[in-house]
Design a protein. Structure first.
Lengths: 129, 134
């Protein structure tokens, strides 16, 4: 079965969805990402959906689930590159993805993850002092 | 009302949900729908095709590019021979589901379309028709 590749980028994982996903592929991605967060001790997950022409409730729920599971595993999920027409449609569909952080592009998404990591590191340092 | 082009697709597996999206996209382009309208009707098609697969045991999707004086539209018809819906009013409400979904399919598809009609009775299957006009 096809799989969506997951790249390791520093302490974050990077996923670029470039195909129109059927439901099993979306479910497989959810499982693969969860396993890799644990395997690599990743602190962030960046999902680039700029190639997706639509996000329906199934894919929306997948993004929500990935964000919820990664949060429990102490990693932040940022979804980047959503097309404007997709955003308009998602809201009208009734999915506002409240649990998912978003950024306009990969660069800003990565900055968001790094900023969160620095904050948590400095908090850790404060505790040690 | 003249029909400029028709296409049809049988829904039997989740791969066919992707095929419905591709068919809806091709027909939306043929209709001349703008990007947002295209995205809306493709998304609605995806929801309704998955509903049909999950609850109706699969079925048939008919796509028609229609022409009326001064406007063009895309009409999609989803017909299954499944168990039907006992309470259509309830099924249209967000959050209503008898399965594993989020219950956004029917209500969401209705919001994403300019025209929406549903005909369903227990034991007699379900027919949903949506249209988006340019």
């Amino acid at each position: 079965m096809d799989r969506i590749p997951i790249l390791k980028f520093g302490n974050a994982l990077l996923v670029t969805i470039q195909v129109d996903m059927h439901d099993r592929l979306a479910t497989a991605l959810e499982e693969d990402l969860t396993a890799k967060i644990v395997a690599y001790g990743a602190r962030g997950v960046l999902i680039d959906i700029s190639a997706l022409e639509i996000v329906d409730s199934f894919i929306g729920r997948m993004l929500d689930n990935i964000a919820a599971v990664s949060r429990i595993l102490d990693a932040d999920t940022v979804v980047v590159g959503m097309r404007p027409a997709v955003a308009i449609t998602l809201v009208e569909l009734g999915l506002s993805l409240t649990g998912v952080k978003t950024a306009l592009n990969v660069e800003r998404g990565m900055a968001l993850i790094q900023a969160r990591l620095q904050t948590s590191e400095s908090e850790d340092a404060d505790v040690e002092d | 009302m003249p029909t400029l082009r028709t296409d049809r697709l049988e829904i039997r597996s989740s791969d066919d949900v992707v095929r419905v999206r591709q068919m809806a996209r091709a027909m939306a382009l043929e209709t001349g729908l703008g990007l947002v309208d295209q995205t809306k009707i493709i998304t609605a098609a995806s929801e309704l095709a998955r509903n049909m697969l999950d609850y109706g045991g699969g079925g048939l999707v008919l796509a028609e590019v229609l022409e009326q004086p001064g406007r063009r539209g895309l009409r999609l018809t989803f017909e299954d021979k499944g168990p039907g819906i006992a309470d259509v009013e309830a099924a249209l409400k967000d959050g209503f589901t008898t399965g594993k979904g989020m219950g956004l399919g029917l209500g969401g598809a209705k919001r994403l379309s300019n025209e929406f009609s549903i005909d369903s009775r227990p034991g007699a299957g379900t027919k949903v028709v949506i249209a988006r006009w340019k």
